[in-house]
Design a protein around this ligand. Structure first.
Ligand code: KIV
Length: 301
């Protein structure tokens, strides 16, 4: 098959210096955009590494994009740890953040610290992320005080989307925008090193940027944030939800799934019409050895 990539492959993007929390803060200070992407396995981590991104998030979006759950809610800590460990093996320089799944940190500070420690000890994550303000700000403070860096996440928080009225933009009234602001500031006060703003009006995010001292990474929050994050499978066109709905902010830079289907379909067709395997795909054996093999075979009952 002709496998011409749609997007030209840039060269020499690898940043040999590991990303650290001070380097991220420095990027904010210098107004250098921070690039974050999700990854869920060894090859997607290698892609993120080679493309030179700054931060890799093992998002619980992997529940949907690679594990096929209908939402992020069912994914377990063990499943997330398996994904995060695979990503760790494919990453070198970007900062690796593991997403604490729903139900793994909300109950108590002790539960939150214990789960965060598993992400660091068992999967090799540099930091963890949790969703919402409110009691999550308390959990964030406890994890930070235990020595593990925490990234917050406000606006549309998919783990509690039902309580928010569904997968919809947040902060579109002044009252709700103030809720987003209070959550973000509470997470910053709790010691988070960075925060994700998801699906909030660009103007609300821009106003909030005047107040935020930690790097803010936006997804559906407009251009004013310090960086952007996209879900790997949305960006590359690998995933489509069972409803076919894609969020407004999920810009596609490639159509990799179409390429994958075309490749597998061509393989299937070549097997069916005996075009594969060809002579270049087989191993040879010496004629004499083959003759001996045949007579040996004839002697086997
Ligand atoms: O799980 C995820 O992928 C996320 C990003 C959208 C920030 O939380």
């Amino acid at each position: 098959m002709s496998a011409t990539p749609r997007t030209p492959v840039p060269q020499n993007l690898q940043d040999p210096i590991p990303m650290t929390l001070p380097r991220l803060a420095e990027k904010k200070r210098l107004s250098e955009p921070i690039v974050m992407i999700t990854a869920y396995d060894y090859p997607s981590a290698q892609v993120a590494q080679e493309a030179g991104v700054d931060v890799v998030l093992v998002g619980d979006s992997g529940a949907m994009t690679v594990l096929g759950y209908p939402s992020t809610v069912p994914v377990s800590t063990d499943e997330m740890l398996m994904l995060a460990s695979a990503v760790r093996r494919g990453l070198d320089t970007p900062l690796l953040v593991g997403d604490l799944p729903f139900g793994s940190y909300e109950a108590s500070d002790e539960q939150a610290i214990a789960t965060a420690q598993r992400f660091v000890k068992e999967a090799g994550c540099d930091a963890v992320k949790l969703e919402r303000g409110g009691t999550s700000a308390d959990r964030a403070r406890a994890i930070v005080q235990s020595g593990i860096p925490v990234m917050g996440h406000v606006g549309l928080t998919p783990q509690t989307a039902t309580a928010l009225g569904g997968y919809r933009a947040q902060g579109r009234t002044s009252e709700r925008a103030l809720d987003v602001a209070e959550d973000a500031l509470a997470l910053e006060r709790a010691g988070c090193f960075s925060i994700v703003f998801e699906a909030v009006p660009a103007a609300v995010a821009a106003e909030l940027m005047e107040r935020m001292e930690i790097p803010v990474i936006g997804i559906g929050a407009g251009p004013a944030t310090d960086g952007q994050v996209l879900v790997f499978h949305d960006l590359l066109g690998i995933y489509s939800s069972s409803t076919g709905h894609a969020p407004r902010f999920a810009k596609r830079y490639a159509e990799v799934k179409a390429q994958m289907v075309a490749g597998v379909a061509e393989y299937a067709s070549e097997v069916r019409n005996h075009a594969f395997p060809g002579p270049e795909h087989v191993y040879s054996i010496d004629d004499e050895e083959l003759a001996r093999f045949r007579s040996g075979l004839a002697g086997i009952a």
